[in-house]
Design a protein around this ligand. Structure first.
Ligand SMILES: Cc1ncc(COP(=O)(O)O)c(C=O)c1O
Length: 159
């Protein structure tokens, strides 16, 4: 089988030149179209096979998961929350503008599984925004985000 452009790119530049991969769900560059689970899984496998961390820009992850439920075979009967769990299981980290699917006025998230990467990010954060416990936001805004993350997955709301 022919190599995909992604495979060819990674083989050309390698792990040293590619610190991480990122996929945006839904796909802004493609007019906001959803990414299928099969596509996301294949991309994740490609990055992971080269030892490159794979992150998701998850601003509209709930909408994307709802489209997976509506359109992708095998997901029709799964709750959107379960689909979201599977989606994130293929990633090593994620960032998210919470102003979309966490339905808040301000704020976002940056999460990762790798503890040493997290330690580095935390140190950078102190220089730029403050200690991680500040959350970069008022407690009131963090509270709203915690609620919004649940409400954004509500299937009646999504429909
Ligand atoms: C996919 C995606 N990522 C990031 C952002 C940036 O969000 P913010 O305005 O909260 O910085 C946007 C904004 O629309 C977005 O659509």
């Amino acid at each position: 089988m022919d190599k995909t452009p992604g495979q060819a790119f990674i083989e050309k530049y390698g792990r040293e030149k590619i610190p991480f991969g990122m996929m945006t769900v839904t796909n802004n560059a493609g007019g906001g179209q959803p990414v299928s689970m099969a596509n996301l899984k294949a991309v994740s496998e490609l990055y992971r096979s080269h030892g490159i961390p794979f992150f998701i820009d998850a601003a509209r992850y709930a909408e994307n998961c709802y489209f997976i439920k509506l359109r992708e075979k095998g997901f029709e009967c799964k709750p959107v929350k379960e689909i979201a769990r599977e989606l994130f299981s293929y990633a090593d980290g994620m960032c998210m503008s919470a102003k979309k699917d966490a339905i808040v006025n301000m704020g976002g998230l940056l999460c990762m599984n790798d503890e040493s990467l997290f330690a580095n990010v935390k140190n950078e954060l102190i220089l730029r925004e403050g200690f991680p416990t500040y959350g970069g936001l008022a407690g009131r805004d963090l509270d709203a985000m915690a609620v919004g993350l649940y409400e954004g997955l509500d299937e009646a709301y999504l429909s």
